[in-house]
Design a protein around this ligand. Sequence first.
Ligand code: GLY
Length: 414
Amino acid sequence: MNKSKLLTIIGSLVFFLSACHQESAESLLNKNLAGITQKLDNAIRANPAPNKIPRTIKGDGSLKTVNIYSWTSGFFAGNLWYMYALTNDNKWKTEAIKSTLPLDTIQYWNGNHDVGFMMYCSYGNGLKFANLQQFKPILIQTAKSLCERYNDTTKTIQSWNRGKSWDGETVWHYPVIIDNMMNLELLFEASLMSGDDSYAKIAIQHAETTMKYHYRDDYSCYHVVNYDTSTGKVLDRMTCQGFTDGSSWARGQAWGLYGYVLCYRYTKNPKYLKFAENIANYMLTHPNLPEDMVPYWDYNVVDEGLQPDWKYNASDYPLIPRDASAAAITCSALYELSGYSHHKSDYLKSADKIITSLASDSYLGNDPNNKFFILDHSVGSLPHGVEIDVPLVYADYYFLEALWRKKQIEEAMN
Ligand code: GLY
């Protein structure tokens, strides 16, 4: 027997033994189903119009909504699609369709790069879980709109439009953010659906450029890279939502991990698998990762003596905010990565530990002020002073996705 086969057998055995001690997805779901259902029902009832989409809560606990052009507009529909996938209850499918259809016009919109989030989490899941074939042309048109933001000199898709950095001191001519890796799923799928490989080619080129310019030697990444469109050169590497330009904003690391895992899913290029493993290892072995594996909003915020160049007063945060959204994205990505990697059991163990933390009283359902969302304790943007230690609709989305992926893995074993 060759070494690789032996390692695979040992890995499966270790996984099987550790899985025997791990609470199953079914059990995690069942134990929380009544609470989750209640919250989603509350959000559906409180949602005054289909194009006012739940995002978070205000200080008084009331629902804060966004319109269809927000980057988070597709997640609520996505949550309903995952509830349908997890429970098979048609009630969720009916509600998911109601929340998906108002996003229809986004297929023609190219105002920023976020259409992948907006349309793939909504329409993409409708196609995947309810086989709604009529969603295909809508997704292909969305991919077309996204590709209008591709530039052949920078060899990237532009994330935000030209503007100033958030502190107003730098002009971002052509900002690309790590989050953009998440939009590549839409492009890969559009190529599979249409037979036109131009979308996948753009996705691959974007991933290649991002690998080269967004990543540091230790496989952590910058948040924003600003390119010169006449030469394709990098002008600035900065942050917008992280602690410092050189720090590791937690959600950004998670977006990057998830992005390279999905690049491997579609290309089977071992380079992306190795890269994803390196990113995962950076995150999972980070000395500042708390014991429950739900990261601080930035991995470096607790570094002794590190001061950002914006007004930050550590005494405002006696408890440093965690970002459950970053943990949920990481968890979901790790479940997928475990299916590709020789280190299957390590990644599964880490993913199981994260989902156990998120499904515990510390993060799920313990805040009486939160009547609409599954998880507490996420951070939107601490430097901007917005959405600090609150529930966020996308934390719920990746949590449900992680639960669904865990369920798939467990069902495949039985
Ligand atoms: N894509 C924006 C964020 O992660 O906050």
